[in-house]
Design a protein around this ligand. Structure first.
Ligand code: OGA
Ligand code: MN
Length: 291
């Protein structure tokens, strides 16, 4: 079987997101790749339902979009994430936990924004989903940019932002990074306004790693501008909510979306287990950077 047929693209009807039907992600997909790439380019979040995938199959599917990223993060047991790894609410003892080892996913972010070369896309496969809730929200940063008034667009055009993994670690998890972690994850600088290499559209590049605007005349003013833009970009009108079903495989474009997990289930009672792979980006996609 090459793919379940016929292949179809079913847009969510909102600003972003589409379900692609008729695809078995573990099959030979050469004939279905154009539809997947088209859905990804147009809708930025692609949902495939009812998949049965091993880690190896997730890895091979992710590789179709580019090289799979390595990770520095560790899970609740202290093990460094593998190429395909779990995102869960489980503690080190394997039980559901109100404060899972990795809880920063519950804050708005774009994956790997703290790296000099942020990633292209993130892929999640639903293994166990709570009976209700456990959703993931996505914010359309291109539409959020478009909706800014011309004065604001002119004001932010050339601003650059320091993104810092250590800053996120301290402000969100309350745990200061170790010296070793600081050396491994130094701050990086990216433009506040990013241009999408495929659509040519501008988008706001924000999220939990943003520490400061480096070329703002006043640091406090820069911080309040970041806050104001984040509040603007995460209004309900720019958000799509993915409601998970077991065996969903989804992937999204980190170049123009922010996302966060929603704690709308009892984290201490229900298991939420996803398998994840991230596909690398390219240096030229982040655009101009000045220090
Ligand atoms: C991620 C992430 C959100 C979720 O895997 O990068 O942010 O809903 N996940 O689990
Ligand atoms: Mn994420």
């Amino acid at each position: 079987m090459t793919a379940r047929s016929p292949v179809g693209i079913r847009p969510s009807g909102g600003l972003l997101g589409a379900e692609v039907t008729g695809i078995d992600a573990s099959a030979d997909l050469s004939s279905a790749m154009p539809a997947l790439l088209e859905a990804f380019a147009r809708h930025h979040l692609v949902v495939l339902r009812d998949q049965q995938l091993t880690d190896q199959q997730i890895y091979e599917f992710a590789q179709r979009f580019g090289p799979v990223e390595k990770h520095k993060n560790r899970d609740a047991t202290g093990t460094v994430f593998g190429d395909v790894h779990s995102i869960t609410n489980l503690g080190a003892n394997g039980m559901p936990s109100l404060r899972p080892g990795v809880n920063e996913n519950y804050y708005w972010h774009s994956d790997k924004a703290h790296e000099a070369v942020p990633c292209l896309l993130t892929m999640l496969y639903a293994v166990e989903i709570p009976p209700t809730g456990g959703d993931t929200e996505f914010a359309d940063m291109e539409s959020a940019y478009d909706a800014l008034d011309p004065e604001m667009k002119a004001r932010i055009e050339n601003l650059c932002v320091e993104h810092s993994w250590g800053y996120m670690r301290e402000t969100i998890t309350g745990r200061a990074p170790t010296d070793e972690e600081r050396v491994k994850s130094p701050p990086v600088v990216h433009p506040l306004v990013r241009v999408h290499p495929d659509t040519g559209r501008k988008s706001l590049y924000l999220g939990m790693y943003c520490r400061r605007i480096i070329n703002s005349p006043d640091e406090d003013e820069g911080r309040s501008l970041l806050k104001q833009l984040t509040e603007h970009a995460t209004q309900p009108r720019f958000i799509f909510t993915h409601k998970w079903q077991p065996h969903d495989l989804i992937f999204w474009d980190n170049r123009c979306l922010m996302h966060r997990a929603i704690a709308n289930f009892d984290l201490s009672a229900h298991r939420r287990v996803l398998r994840r792979a991230v596909v690398r980006g390219k240096p030229e996609w982040v655009g101009r950077r000045s220090q």
